[in-house]
Design a protein around this ligand. Structure first.
Ligand code: PLP
Length: 427
């Protein structure tokens, strides 16, 4: 039996799931989200790792800005109830709280891959002696394209400058010991470690404190892609001492498709104006921005990496969700998440099967909400059949069904219903 500190034993019966939901102190948050209805009223939505659900309040936040635009036109930049010029700052406190940072260390801007490039422009400074970048072999393709193109941009060759962390033979996930051993062997040649906080495919969560320590001790820059970690795990970016991190806001953060992304730059770089950067007017000293002078003067902290004025509609939607996160609190969410995902694992483990296996690490500290289920045959069709019934996970080639019970809006009964249908469909 696996468990949760307050719930040491899971049980297989449906009544257990229902009782757990009744006892859940976070249960009312589910009512604050809109569930898809395309396949009926009883959707089991386990796709928050891909696109989070819409908070019911998002429409009001957006409508408010549309009304301000209608009322004020261009004057909304300075005279709206929440003026648009500093609007992104309304998100700073709650974003900082969410990722364990100081407000000066975070900014919401652009999209994830854009932010990753901006960070690498400043923090990947290869030399002949130290030019390598470490990524996971199975890193999200956009990250792979981004790091390879940065290596090439500096005149190096990914063949010799990219190190891909590979799981040991027969294993699905990377060992942190192997990262430390790599640092021992090649640390002096490594310019940048750039890992996903949670791997998008396996669901493995890295020990980011440990990775950062190992890298920084060897003089490497350490950055994280937190697309699958922000709003999922409890993060302490400042204390861990990471150099930078980037994340999107449309997965666990429920900001909506294409929502503006997050970026963290450690406070020790807040005044580092000598760092090379791709500059834009929104990163220029706010007091002097509208003087339209020719000389760029970066703002202090993460804000100094902004390029353009952001989409206020997108930021407004994100505010709706961040209010909810603030209220629920990441500590409580994570506690429920550990329990929900443990329950999912427990039900999947009930009967051993040769048709599927869980590839996500079994240790709770090495995963977030998501479990990745390797389906030996016909997994894509299985996923499609479940979707027709309104049971939504998603499929990643070649053989992974990803499901993530999200503590803000998923219930134990959702997990129960998913496993019951999964087992009946897989046969
Ligand atoms: C781990 C990871 N990195 C990067 C991206 C790319 O994000 P964007 O399209 O917002 O740049 C994604 C998108 O799903 C992702 O999952």
């Amino acid at each position: 039996m696996t468990g949760h500190p307050m719930q040491p034993e899971f049980q297989f019966e449906e009544g257990f799931a229902i009782a757990q939901d009744e006892r859940d102190p976070l249960r009312e948050f589910r009512e604050r989200f809109l569930f898809p209805r395309a396949s009926g009223d009883n959707c089991v939505y386990l796709c928050g790792h891909s696109l989070g659900l819409q908070p019911k309040t998002a429409a009001a936040y957006i409508t408010r800005e549309l009304q301000e635009w209608a009322r004020l036109g261009v004057e909304g930049h300075f005279r709206a109830e929440n003026p648009w010029m500093p609007y992104h700052r309304l998100l700073a406190e709650q974003t900082a709280e969410l990722v364990g940072a100081k407000p000066v260390e975070v900014v919401v801007m652009n999209s994830l891959t854009v932010n990753l490039h901006l960070m690498m422009v400043s923090f990947y400074r290869p030399t002949q002696a130290r030019h390598k970048i470490v990524v996971e072999r199975g890193a999200f393709p956009s990250d792979q394209y981004a790091v390879k193109s940065q290596i090439q941009f500096h005149g190096f060759d990914p063949e010799s400058s990219l190190i891909e962390l590979t799981p040991r033979p027969g294993e699905a996930c990377v060992c942190e010991e192997d990262i430390e051993a790599l640092m021992e062997r090649e640390g002096e040649q490594i310019a940048l470690i750039m890992l996903g906080g949670v791997n998008y495919s396996t669901g493995q969560a890295f020990d980011m404190a440990r990775v950062t320590r190992a890298g920084r001790e060897r003089g490497c820059v350490v950055g994280f892609d937190l697309a699958h970690a922000a709003g999922n795990l409890q993060l302490k970016l400042h204390d861990w001492d990471a150099d930078f991190a980037v994340w999107c806001s449309y997965k666990y953060l429920n900001g909506g498709p294409g929502c503006a992304a997050g970026c963290f730059v450690h406070e020790r770089h807040a005044e580092a104006r000598e760092l090379p950067r791709f500059a834009g007017w929104w990163g220029h000293d706010e007091q002097a921005r509208f003087e339209m002078g020719p000389k760029f003067q970066a703002m202090r902290g993460a804000e100094g990496w902004q390029l353009s004025n952001p989409s206020i509609v997108s930021l407004a939607a994100l505010r709706a969700s961040m209010e909810i996160f603030h209220e629920a609190g990441m500590a409580r969410l994570r506690e429920k998440s550990v329990s929900l995902t443990g329950y999912l694992e427990f039900l999947l483990d009930e009967k051993a099967s040769s048709t599927f296996s869980i590839v996500t690490p079994r240790e709770r500290a090495r995963r977030g909400a998501q479990l990745s289920i390797k389906v030996r045959l016909g997994g894509r069709e299985l996923c499609e059949r479940l979707a027709q019934e309104g049971i939504l996970g998603d499929w990643r080639e070649p053989d992974i069904l990803r499901v993530a019970p999200v503590p803000l809006y998923n219930s134990f009964h959702d997990v129960f219903r998913f496993v019951r249908r999964f087992r009946a469909t897989i046969g």
